[in-house]
Design a protein around this ligand. Sequence first.
Ligand code: ZN
Ligand code: ZN
Ligand code: FE
Length: 765
Amino acid sequence: MKRLKIKVTGRVQGVGFRPFVYNLAKALSLRGYVLNSSKGVVIEVEGNRVEEFLQRLKQSPPPLSDIERVIVEEVSPVGEQDFRILESQEEGSFTHVSPDVSVCEECLGEMLDKTDRRYLYPFINCTNCGPRYSITLSLPYDRPNTTMRIFKMCQKCQSEYDDPTNRRFHAQPNACPECGPSLSFRLINKAFKRCVEEDPLQSTINLLNSGAIVAIKGLGGFHIACDALNERAVEKLRERKRKSNKPFALMAASVEIIKRFVLMDDREQELLESNRRPIVLMRKRPGCEIPEVVAPGNRYLGFMLPYTPLHYLLFYSPPGSPENPLFKCLVMTSGNLKEEPIIHRNDDALERLSGLVDAFLFHNRDIFMRVDDSVVKKELFIRRARGYVPEPIVLPDDGPEVLATGADLKNTFSLTKENYAILSQHIGDMENYETLLFFQEVLENLKALYRIKPIAVATDLHPGYLSRQWADSQALPVTYIQHHYAHAMAVVAEHGLKAPVIGVVFDGTGYGLDGRIWGGEFLWVDTEGFQRLAHLDYLRLPGGEMAIKQPWRTAVALLRGLYAEETEGFLKRLGFFERIDLKQIEMVLSIAENEQFSPFSSGAGRYFDALSSIVSLVDFNTHEAEAPMALEAITLDGVDEVYPFDINEETIPMVISLRRCFQRAVDDYLQDVELEIIATRFHNTMAALIRDTVMRLKSRKGEVKEVVLSGGVFQNSYLLSKTFEYLADTGLKVYFHKSIPPNDACISLGQAYILRERLKRGMNV
Ligand code: ZN
Ligand code: ZN
Ligand code: FE
């Protein structure tokens, strides 16, 4: 007989770990105890089958757990008679909080079983599934510390909750139709009065069947939904919600249905079906029935599977009954106004969304932490939120507690503690008061949940950023970190890289040390600082911000730089005068050389903008990166040509000129070369100049072995894979983000990491 003391760390609390241990120990006739401690779960088991216990613990832990380490120690047997779950020891340092997860198969089975007491109950959940982060008010994760505290469990629910052998043992959101949350319906547009029945869910289905727009309260906030195959309904929604071409997310009941609309590989299917349930961007099937207005000019459609019981019920017709939901696929876009955060409270929704929707489907389980849907494109994160946050990013070693406030676009913040960084969910663009409030709300919550007291704060160098002004207003020492340096260091942090590396950062906008806008950067980085080794040549942005919204401005300025007095002739042949107001063009030409009105930018994104307008794809961006996405959308496989470019090695930093590239692209366009070919050659050129520049830097910096890639431009899948392909020849190891987005959402991690490493080394910050 043997007795083992086992410590398990990782996400092992609030995920059914103790009952799992209890049942396993009982099954193997072991004695001892299990308890939650500050560092994880502590177990002592005694008996003949302790080795088997250990093996099964490691091999098949509860679905929601995520074991980091198991430490085993043999102790002397004490001759206990029973196995017990002991009261938690006092909570200490780092306690993992589980992200929200989709409803499990077992709960779904019960929900669709006529004889089950939770038949068709939209809030069914168990220890292995359901809401977590979004309903957690504080730790420890117990019912009184969740928004479920207002619902008193009925006898039946309580006895499940108390029974260690039950799947709902200590399932904090446990509920049933008798004691738990319920739905309610509110009609706004009287034109749909005939659709309303007593049952809120059926009323919602009726409205959606009739082409109405309905706000539906979900897990992390409200969605605005309509039948995605009803073109008029989607047009109406686009008109009411946003007057831009930004794509809408979609939800369908099964992978089989989604496959009718997109090309899906095994990896994409796996992501769709994972219990994190992100929106997965997949290539549209040629001739697919989803109306163009869902994602205008886009090569991808973003789909997710249902993730709450309520979502499943929206698509469900009981077997044998007539088809009830006639829709096959729903638009499910975030319930918010313009660029404000997602709305999560019933009264707020009613007040702010009534002008957008025909009805509301409410429920009365409060959302405490709002959290948007996550968006991924294969291995690439576009938005990291529901299902992933607040899962920490594991850093190589321990360090002090710091805060980093990120950048203003696609803002996230990061907190560090021990060997973890907690990256907040997607906060949004810091351009309005609502978003700032959301930032503070999430920050206060994560600081409290993880018991973090930052001793210093890192932020972007940009004096105009709200995220920086906020940092400046705190009573903490502030460190300013250049935007692209933070980008590169985010990759370094994720991969735990040590030596200095070359960072290739291609994005749109970041404040540079010279006060100009940077964004096509080759940096030499480590935690102490960075050097700008090379960059794309500066372009002029006539009208500054206006040029980012209107790529034709950048295009005209670029053409002027190429053709001087011949510019007008070229503009004419390229069709600019047919598309853009003559006065506007003249105005842009007149300010193009004036730095005050036409700031310099080395942003890689601006080069994509310019080409997109030159070949008359997109002259006006109605949402971020529309012009570059339109170019990516027409790239072809199997085109290998590259346009010429020049790297000026005389200067420090080196400057990469795309003049000859653009001259050739213009020639091609005027000679009616297919747009697809031009777009592909241009992408290849970008990848080739990255390779050639990196090669030159390598020959100068002999000791370099690693390259990291970051920046929103690498959301372009064609460019990313070409860059990897070309860099394979350089003999360098290439790293890219693995669990956070390459866009500005990653900035806060890079900032936090730099600050924390500097503090560790006692550097003055
Ligand atoms: Zn379940
Ligand atoms: Zn109940
Ligand atoms: Fe950036």
